[in-house]
Design a protein around this ligand. Structure first.
Ligand code: PLP
Length: 394
């Protein structure tokens, strides 16, 4: 009899990937499903990046690289951090990994001991709790309220801290809510973390996707002390439409980065070489395509936000970043006779042929997540279908 390790006993597949898989299955069976589950930009990777990757292969750069990434890539990441946030990092304070997801995974593995606590605001990105648990850590959740734009306060953070707290995860702009912490809010949270010597894990993967004139602020940029207290997590997936290339990075304390690099040397050996060359082009080349994509997302957001919030029983804060809407649909769900939002989501897929992600996967069971990383035509059609489904079943 096969017996799996205890540590995977509570492991659940990503809610996002599960709904996407079901939608794909239905599509393959011939159903005209519109998928709003995806967590990736729908644009092609910019041409200059594709060319640089192809060229590197032709030139023979297809072998192992240093475990923590090519020096040339670390250099352009350091330049990017300086350019965007006026932050200075040396090569030994940066590790390149197989996506930002693997930066986080590796970080938890080297940073957490059995029972160490990591504070995770709700709603959270689905992988944080699973990764913390896999490293033997314990997720400690902070509930947020829609009235507070789904953001935690310094008081809430104080209350959640115990002797065992080792880290706080901040994700701004947020997946799934699209909310952004202000300078003042980050400052207040940062002071609490400094006081209790808690590592701040700042997941800034949606940094380039901000709307309504919002600017990105990294908590690491606020003071030298906060920089030392913070590990920045970022990558090219969302900013440069490079999800499949799998390149992310972590920047912070050299001892942590060293341990992560040692672990990478025994697990991945290195991030894919071709992808690293692509990422060098992404960070060193023109950033025009990043802005073009951002603008396209903002246009879609403005149109579909209006359309979505016109549906009775659905309320939604207007996202300030990322490419998701996270409406509260409880009232609408109940009005259709569904027992809860999870069932509503199931019925939306089967009866209205629209795939969205249930908020329960993010710790918020009254909400759903819709990705607007798809064409405006499809988005409008999907929202019409949702509205029609609710109207028909009330
Ligand atoms: N962090 C957040 C909040 C995300 O939404 C994602 C991707 O969905 C990631 C990290 C990981 O990105 P990647 O591993 O593609 O770099």
């Amino acid at each position: 009899e096969i017996k799996l390790a205890k540590r995977v006993g509570t492991l659940t597949p990503s809610a996002t990937l599960a709904i996407t898989a079901k939608a794909k299955e239905m599509k393959a069976e011939g159903f005209d499903v519109i998928g709003l589950g995806a967590g990736e930009p729908d644009f092609n990777t910019p041409e200059n990046i594709l060319k640089a990757a192809a060229q590197s292969m032709q030139e023979g750069y297809t072998k192992y690289t240093p475990a923590g990434g090519l020096p040339a890539l670390k250099k352009v990441i350091a330049e990017k951090l300086k350019r965007d946030q006026n932050l200075e990092y040396k090569a030994n304070e940066i590790i390149v990994t197989n996506g930002a997801k693997h930066s986080l995974y590796t970080l938890f593995q080297v940073f957490l001991d059995e029972g160490d606590e990591v504070i995770i605001p709700i709603p959270y990105w689905v992988s944080y709790p699973e990764q913390v648990k896999l490293a033997g850590g314990k997720p400690v959740y902070i509930e947020t309220r829609e009235e507070h734009a789904f953001k935690i306060t310094a008081e809430q953070l104080e209350q959640a801290i115990s002797e065992k707290t080792k880290a706080l995860i901040l994700n701004s702009p947020s997946n799934p809510t699209g909310m952004v912490y202000t300078h003042e809010e980050l400052e207040a949270l940062g002071q609490v973390c400094l006081k209790h010597d808690i590592l701040i894990i700042s997941d800034e993967i949606y940094e380039k996707l901000l709307y309504g004139g919002n600017q990105h602020v990294s908590i690491a940029g606020m003071s030298q002390e906060l920089k030392q207290q913070t590990i920045i997590i970022n990558g090219v997936s969302k900013s440069h439409s490079m999800t499949g290339w799998r390149i992310g990075y972590a920047a912070g304390d050299s001892r942590i980065i060293r341990a992560m690099t040692d672990l990478a040397s025994h697990s991945t050996s290195n991030p894919t070489t071709t992808s690293q060359y692509a990422a060098i082009a992404a960070y060193s080349g023109s950033q025009d395509s990043v802005e073009t994509m951002r603008k396209a997302f903002e246009e879609r957001l403005d149109i579909i936000y209006r359309k979505l919030t016109a549906i009775p029983g659905i309320s939604c804060l207007k996202p300030q970043g990322a490419f998701y809407l996270f409406p509260n649909v409880k009232e609408a769900a109940l009005s259709t006779g569904s027992s809860d939002v999870d069932q509503f989501v199931q019925r939306l897929l089967e009866e209205a042929l629209v795939a969205v992600v249930p908020g329960s996967g993010f710790g918020s069971p009254d909400n759903i997540r819709l990705s607007y990383a798809t064409s405006l035509d499809l988005l409008e059609a999907a929202i019409d279908r949702i509205a029609g489904f609710i109207d028909k079943n009330k």
